[in-house]
Design a protein around this ligand. Structure first.
Ligand code: FAD
Ligand code: SF4
Length: 369
């Protein structure tokens, strides 16, 4: 009840023009989750991505799914792509990996060498880049039957996860055998399985506070305005509505964009792999009301970048308010600070209450319209 009241109070007006601009073409929007609780257990939100991939594989929509796994390489947590051809492989790739990847470099050879058709999960920029390659390479295009984009605020460089895991190793005196960036309901927690079998859990803010302030952001994200994955068949993301906070089941928001996406989605619902309730696209935009518009506003970052030595093209020509401008200055300053040795030392020396204070200022700036 309280959640509904808060949602009503925070509800924003979204014009059709804004929906077209931020979301792009779409058909319908749904609030969903995997029916199978064991799938949801280690998923990023409602496990819908995993449930749909499993259904697609079992029903022969495709022969493999390009997924992203967490691996430990030389003691470091990294994200690597593979083609999952079994249910176990798909389950193994559950969860979001908030660390930079080499998408095209890894995925193109995988698909070219694969004997069969594939579905691909990826971030909006990577799905757009793959589509672009397919427009030039018919053999590649003929293998791609479905694309699923994850809603994306931005991604982080390896330095951030390395700092977090180094601290865990120092505190426990053990190496990490497996790592989960985020588990559990709402903001959840991060989890490291140690070589000696111990399990370490920490609140997700240990990573997220730095990430949300754009410390260690990838540079390409400054120039990106594709929050919802314009070129995908389906878009999947979290749904940050207060009325869902008390629901024991975490949900995934799904945006259906194409007929291919709709067929695949319907098959998941019909096979009872996915529970889905149709919602207004504005509910999804409300759940992303801070980060969505500020992500789109490359114009603000382009203008702020002129003062901070970062040249950015401006493909969107968005209005720049004073609060969008200050927010952009904070975003780029955080990234610039992460790029120097002294800056990195300073970032991790900032007392947590101060870090939180700055984060609230940033969130406040993002909330203005
Ligand atoms: C870097 C990043 C930023 C994100 N930012 C936002 C945001 O701002 N707002 C929001 O609503 N949602 C965001 N998401 C999406 C969200 O975290 C969930 O991925 C989404 O809700 C789907 O959840 P699920 O339970 O259906 O996925 P699961 O069933 O857990 O499946 C996740 C699938 O995504 C794939 N995957 C995970 N990480 C990556 C990666 N880095 N690159 C390519 N594929 C990957 C895995 O292979 C797996 O198949 C982000 C995800 C990532 C990776
Ligand atoms: S913000 Fe854009 S460029 Fe950055 S990882 Fe997400 S989709 Fe890619």
């Amino acid at each position: 009840m309280l959640g509904r009241i808060i949602d009503q109070l925070l509800k924003k007006h979204w014009s059709q023009e804004e929906i077209d601009r931020y979301v792009g073409r779409y058909q319908k929007a749904y609030l969903t989750h995997a029916t199978d609780a064991s799938i949801r257990k280690q998923s990023a939100s409602g496990g819908s991505t995993t449930a749909l991939l499993i259904n697609g594989l079992e029903r022969g929509f495709f022969n493999g799914a390009v997924v992203c796994k967490t691996v430990i390489e030389e003691g470091k947590v990294r994200a690597r792509f593979c083609i999952a051809t079994t249910v176990e492989d798909i389950l193994d790739a559950r969860g979001s990996k908030y660390v930079e990847t080499r998408f095209l470099r890894e995925v193109l050879p995988l698909i070219r060498d694969f004997d069969g058709q594939v579905a691909v999960v990826g971030l909006p920029c990577d799905i757009a880049a793959l589509r672009h390659r397919c427009s030039k390479e018919p053999a590649l295009a003929s293998k791609l039957v479905l694309t699923l984009a994850l809603v994306c605020g931005h991604n982080s460089r390896t330095a951030l996860i390395d700092a977090v895991t180094t601290r865990i190793k120092r505190e426990t005196g053990a190496d990490i055998a497996h790592y989960h960036f985020r588990l559990g309901h709402w903001r959840g927690w991060l989890e490291a399985e140690l070589e000696d079998g111990r399990l370490v859990r920490k609140p997700s803010k240990v990573f997220n506070d730095y990430q949300n302030l754009f410390f260690f952001s990838e540079r390409k994200c400054l120039a990106c305005y594709d929050h919802y994955g314009y070129s995908s068949d389906l878009t999947l993301g979290d749904i940050w509505l207060f009325r869902l906070q008390a629901d024991p089941i975490k949900h995934t928001a799904i945006i259906i964009r194409t007929q291919v996406g709709e067929n695949f989605f319907d098959a998941g619902v019909c096979s009872d792999k996915l529970r889905a309730t149709e919602i207004d696209i504005r509910d999804i935009l409300d759940g992303q009301s801070r980060i969505g518009p500020s992500h789109y506003n490359v114009t603000a970052r382009s203008k702020a970048g002129q003062w901070l030595g970062v040249k950015l093209p401006d493909p969107v020509g968005e209005r720049v308010t004073w609060h969008a401008y200050i927010n952009a200055l904070m975003t780029i300053s955080a990234l610039r600070l992460s790029e120097t040795g002294w800056g990195r030392r300073l970032i991790f020396a900032i007392p947590r209450p101060l870090l939180k204070f700055v984060l609230y200022i940033k969130k406040g700036l993002e909330s203005f319209r």
